[in-house]
Design a protein around this ligand. Structure first.
Ligand code: ATP
Ligand code: MG
Length: 263
């Protein structure tokens, strides 16, 4: 069912401004030349201090209108992502689990999921199969089936929202998934369940994962082959899992100093 052709997301020298709420104010320059390549089956972790631009990167890839790409490129399998609408990006196989998921009152989870699946697959999944599919995915993630009838994210606890994002991941089978702080606010059991969902996605869909996180705790369950340190709008160092251990132990000081000297 899932398209297993290997995919590659390429981000080259990406510069992004964010529009300020006050329209007369100059936009703020946040991303200052991000280079990153994520292939199917690879897991990349991005770690960096608050306000360094990690969520900005995920919004820019997803196509949030507030985030203006001023130069550089984003391509998925050679196709220009920046030319695509938000829907087209989803259809092309990009998925973003946001740091702060939005609430959609009046729209039930089950309708929302079916609409999303229809958009991504190009046709509505057959109802009988769909109900089974959703049930199975919910069981995998220890989600109470009653959640299907609740409005999207409305009144969900932080951990419940995160579980639902991983539910979407399991149903939509994207090519590349960006998970922005999927681990924040999860209790130990939820962390394990969510991590298993992410690992299942990696194994069964051979998906590429960009995991933005502050904690090495999640990296006990999800094993990134690549770790990137993000400081002041760009990746300042890349390495393997050992880099995450160094960050846990010593923090970002070394990287922040180097970035400040280079600036
Ligand atoms: N819509 C916006 N309006 C004004 N400033 C913004 C907006 N979006 C982002 N910024 C600013 O851009 C900078 C980077 O924000 P971003 O959310 O990308 O950081 P982050 O690395 O994800 O941080 P955290 O680890 O706290 O989630 C911050 O200084 C933030 O205040
Ligand atoms: Mg963030």
């Amino acid at each position: 069912m899932t398209d297993q052709t290997p995919s590659v997301l390429e981000i080259k020298d990406l510069h992004v401004d964010v529009a300020q709420t006050d329209e007369n104010a100059e936009p703020i320059h946040i991303l200052k030349g991000v280079n990153l390549t994520v292939r199917s089956g690879e897991t990349h972790a991005i770690m960096g201090p608050n306000g360094s631009g990690k969520s900005t990167l995920s919004y820019a890839v997803a196509g949030h209108p507030k985030y203006q790409v001023t130069s550089g490129s984003i391509t998925l399998d050679g196709e220009d992502v920046l030319e695509m609408s938000v829907d087209e990006r989803a259809r092309a196989g990009l998925f973003l689990a946001m740091q702060y998921p939005v609430e959609v009152p009046g729209v039930s989870m089950s309708n929302f999921l079916r609409t999303a699946a229809t958009a991504v697959r190009g046709e509505a999944p057959k109802l009988r199969h769909w109900v089974k599919e959703v049930k199975g995915a919910m069981t995998d993630l220890d989600i109470d089936p009653a959640f299907g009838e609740r409005s999207v994210n409305e009144g969900f606890s932080g951990g419940e929202k995160k579980r639902h994002e991983i539910l979407q991941l399991g149903l939509l089978h994207p090519k590349i998934a960006i998970l922005d702080e999927t681990d924040s606010g999860l209790d130990v059991d939820a962390l394990r369940v969510v991590s298993e969902g992410v690992n299942r996605y990696k194994e069964t869909d051979h998906g590429g994962i960009l995991l933005i996180t502050h904690y090495t705790r999640i990296l006990r369950y999800i094993h990134p082959e690549f770790v990137h340190v993000f400081v002041d709008g760009r990746i300042v160092e890349s390495g393997g899992p050992e880099l995450a251990d160094e960050l846990e132990e010593k923090g970002y000081v070394r990287f922040q100093q180097a970035a400040a000297q280079g600036a």
